[in-house]
Design a protein around this ligand. Sequence first.
Ligand SMILES: Cc1cc2nc3c(=O)[nH]c(=O)nc-3n(C[C@H](O)[C@H](O)[C@H](O)COP(=O)(O)OP(=O)(O)OC[C@H]3O[C@@H](n4cnc5c(N)ncnc54)[C@H](O)[C@@H]3O)c2cc1C
Length: 274
Amino acid sequence: MYGIPEYRLPKKVVRKEIKKIENLGVTFLTNQAVGEDLTVDTLFDQGYDAVFIGSGTAIPKALDIPGSKLKGILQSSYFLRMASLYSTGNVERDEVPAREGEHIGIVGCGNVAMDAARTAIRMGAKKVTIISNETIDKMPANQFEYDFAVKEGANFLWQTDTREFISDESSEYVGGIRANTPEGEKIYKFDRILLAIGSRPANKIVSTTTGIDVDDTGYVIAKEKPYGMTTRKGVFAGGDVVHQPQTVVLAMKDAKLVASGIAQYVDAVKLLKD
Ligand SMILES: Cc1cc2nc3c(=O)[nH]c(=O)nc-3n(C[C@H](O)[C@H](O)[C@H](O)COP(=O)(O)OP(=O)(O)OC[C@H]3O[C@@H](n4cnc5c(N)ncnc54)[C@H](O)[C@@H]3O)c2cc1C
């Protein structure tokens, strides 16, 4: 691998996995954004028989409700990124958007919310409250992620639907939320809000080539036969960019199925050429 800033170097276990994959004959081109530095068409021009898109869901969803432009409302993904950079010594503590002693509200109840809660607690938050509009049995987070968050001290508000971000005395900073709950409308005070309500795919790859159809929300449409092929011949997709944000295990399982779809396709094309 080359050209990776030190802070972006993967951890030891991941580095070992990458080495294993390299030894199988895979070349890694890093710092290459498909749609900017190269395109799907460039790859075919270079002689690749098939292209796999596994670009995940890079765009965090915003919550478009009154008060959403107040300062102090941030994406959890940004908070987690800055906390990670701080932990590797690449940014100063004050660049991590969470001060010691704050009461932080996290809207959303998936694995990202659990990670954000645990990280905020470790960064010195006085209290962290996860605000879920679901019941505990419907939360999208894995049970073990929830258990870890509880163990580290996260609090939960269930069936609490955030309707507005509010501020104190016309301050430009968020001071809490107004929410609908089973007991009626309630106000909860927070010093900062982190959003963790899901993410969606970026369209950089599909918008810079032709023939790859996506659904109304930007997810790539993939076929069952050959498994994972998009509406463009030879271009395959799998993982979150097809199936919506899921889990690492499901993305890996899907990738294996797509790999066999790609093998079938490449063999069939070769057979027709011979
Ligand atoms: C904060 C957080 C916590 C999570 N916690 C858990 C958890 O505890 N357990 C769990 O199972 N799952 C968890 N998930 C979900 C899990 O990470 C995903 O379901 C899984 O990683 C999806 O795999 P993927 O290969 O489809 O996409 P990703 O893992 O998202 O990989 C996509 C890759 O494509 C790259 N990419 C995107 N666009 C381009 C482009 N144009 N050019 C080049 N490269 C591009 C991205 O940089 C990224 O490296 C979490 C997700 C987040 C964000």
